[in-house]
Design a protein around this ligand. Structure first.
Ligand code: NAP
Ligand code: ZN
Length: 362
């Protein structure tokens, strides 16, 4: 049964969907049409209602990381309504609210998939800019009116959550929730959050909800009050060395969400013995690390990619229980290029969420 409401023009096993795409690293995102596959027996078709704007979208669109294929349709914080399901689908039905994050497929057979950790599968297919096994070319993301995804990668949104604010949970949420769970952020731990953007503000909310003592490090003094409102116990303006020095050797865990080049040693020296700093921010250029700061405290530096499907559902359920969503600025898709310019100026409070109804009227 189909309740498709968006523009479709069936061509055999594919149809055309509206989307915003970049034609090159220097082109603005603009309206286009893209092919989507008609749902197969394990597939779910979703009419996209909201899509968050992640800094990874910007890195990819502007080819700051290697390997962008154009046209590029970004977007991996997707919330929408199910419009069609394949015959074998049991997880959702037409009319349900459903979500999609950063992955749309994996091989299902490797040891990572067997362990339920699809984000480490060597054949993981990301929501955009990954090989599309069905139609050829690359996958296209959520800056679109619809998407078709294998059932396993579809998630449930708790019914009490606002949908515009829930969309960013699918990347910013899970990317900060997962390493904090992994490194044991609990009551009594001192946690640093470096960078108060999309990921950073979710990290503050989660660390606070886990009962930790939360210190935010920001380059933007104007975000101080917001940081406290979001759940921080203390805010440090990271350009002030005196403020930084007060925290030497005191943190159990630090999450670094900065999207650009920066001095990570500033934060490594703040770890206590056996403390960990996890990089989730993915600046295009390598960061320099002083061996001595790590050695002297037996500290560790690690990274973390998103989270598994099971953990993403766990995080969404946790958010439902604790009424956690992102603080969003809802924008029409026509504003997305301006939103990117503001992201680069650290001027986002604290995630842009695109209202995809704006795409219908274009
Ligand atoms: P965002 O909203 O733009 O936030 C980044 C924040 O970093 C800014 O708000 C700013 O915070 C700080 N910052 C920016 N430039 C800086 C600079 N030159 N020096 C110091 N601080 C700076 O970005 P986001 O969407 O949260 O993404 C953050 C990073 O995480 C990106 O690199 C993104 O690609 C990556 N990411 C990784 C994963 C993963 O799986 N590991 C998933 C999603 C995103 P203040 O104003 O507070 O200083
Ligand atoms: Zn993201």
């Amino acid at each position: 049964m189909s309740t498709t409401q968006f523009s479709t023009e069936s061509r055999g096993d594919q149809y055309k969907a509206k989307a915003y795409a970049a034609a090159s690293a220097t082109s603005p995102l603009a309206l286009t049409t893209i092919p989507r596959r008609e749902p197969g027996k394990d597939d779910v078709q979703i009419e996209i209602l909201f899509c968050g704007v992640c800094h990874s979208d910007l890195h990819t669109v502007r080819s700051e990381w290697a390997g962008t294929v154009y046209p590029c349709v970004p977007g991996h914080e997707i919330v929408g309504r199910v419009t069609k399901v394949g015959s074998a689908v049991t997880k959702v039905k037409p009319g349900d609210i459903a979500a999609v994050g950063c992955m749309v497929d994996s091989d299902g057979s490797c040891s990572e998939c067997q362990d339920g950790l699809e984000q480490f599968c060597p054949n993981e297919i990301l929501t955009y800019n990954s090989p599309d096994r069905h139609l050829g070319g690359v996958t296209y993301g959520g800056y679109s009116d619809s998407i078709v995804v294998k059932e396993h990668f579809v998630l449930h949104i708790p019914s009490n959550l606002d949908l515009a604010g829930a969309a960013p949970l699918l990347c910013a949420g899970i990317t900060t929730y997962s390493p904090m769970r992994h490194w044991g952020v609990t009551k009594g731990k001192k946690v640093g959050v470096v960078g108060l953007g999309g990921l950073g503000h979710m990290a503050v909310k989660f660390a606070h909800a886990f009962g930790a003592q939360v210190v935010v490090f920001t380059t933007s003094p104007s975000k101080k009050e917001d940081a406290l409102r979001l759940g921080a116990d203390e805010v440090v303006v990271s350009t002030d060395d005196n403020q930084i020095k007060k925290h030497i050797r005191s943190f159990d865990f630090i999450i670094d969400t900065i999207s650009a080049e920066h001095d990570i040693d500033t934060y490594i020296q703040l770890l206590r013995r056996d403390g960990n700093i996890t990089l989730v921010g993915a600046p295009p250029k390598p960061l320099a690390v002083s061996a001595f700061n790590l050695i002297s405290g037996r500290c560790s530096l690690s990274g973390s990619p998103i989270g598994s499907i099971a953990e993403t559902q766990e995080m969404l359920d946790f958010c439902g229980k604790h009424n956690i969503t992102a603080d969003v600025e809802v924008i029409p898709i026509q504003m997305v290029n301006k939103a990117y310019d503001r992201l680069l100026k650290s001027d986002v409070k604290y995630r842009f969420s695109i209202d995809m109804a704006s795409l219908k009227s274009q």
